[in-house]
Ligand binder design. Sequence first.
Ligand code: AG3
Length: 281
Amino acid sequence: LDGSWFTEIFDRHGSAFSLKVSHKLHDEQTPYQHLEVYATETYGNLMVLDGCVMLTDRDNFLYHEMMSHPALFTHAAPKRVVIIGGGDCGTLREVLKHPGVEKVTQIDIDPAVTRASEQFFPALVESNDDPRAELLFEDGVKWVDNCPDESIDVLIVDSTDPVGPAEGLFKTDFLKRCHRILKQGGLMVQQSESPLYHTDSIIKDLRNDMGEAGFDSVATLPFPQPVYPSGWWSCTLAGKGCDVKAFREEDAAAATFARDFYTVEGHRAALVLPPFMQRLL
Ligand code: AG3
């Protein structure tokens, strides 16, 4: 492909994903990662970190809705929410749509991601001035360590792949620390890569590590994500005295906030693991 295409190559899987770009909007080496933003011909703006696609205007709703609404409709009454990573603020925007949420703290290590989102993805930051939102730029692992025991209802880990800055966020040790700060009845949700490419590796390990960290129920929810490796992605929920395979279906059905993907039926369907995943896990 010539220079008018952005391509992310998934070398280990012998595949790649490309978008036709009209021009580059931003290129910055931050202290943590290489941040690029492109204008594409058909997917709106595209954000890339260390060569990996993070989001596009056109399809980020899939990921951000699935990282937030299933978890928030699983918790009995979520009031205190934490997002580790998520600097683009797309997950934060979805969380703030839940009127019962009293405070959301987003902790991303890299302020440059939020600055780029403000500049190039204004729709994602549109609710950042909500008084319930707190944006911090520091190491999420350290923040969790300084957080009091049993003080959080829902913890969302919206990270990059488990290499580079986000590697530590997939380790048992970090999951144990997350378990400590969750109240009884609380849960965490982590982006967990591709069902097709990573079920018998990253997803399986994460689920086992969540069990080892003390969580008593685990569920992996697959969802489409055209711009990520294999075009298919997942999040994994882990409950602390909370069954993550059940959710508040009536409340979810009655919710009136705007969304483009999440539905009660879709949530129910996402809880049904495809047979190939059942075999591998
Ligand atoms: N976080 C998940 C990015 C993983 C994509 N991996 C890849 N392209 N190889 C996205 C952050 C959106 N808030």
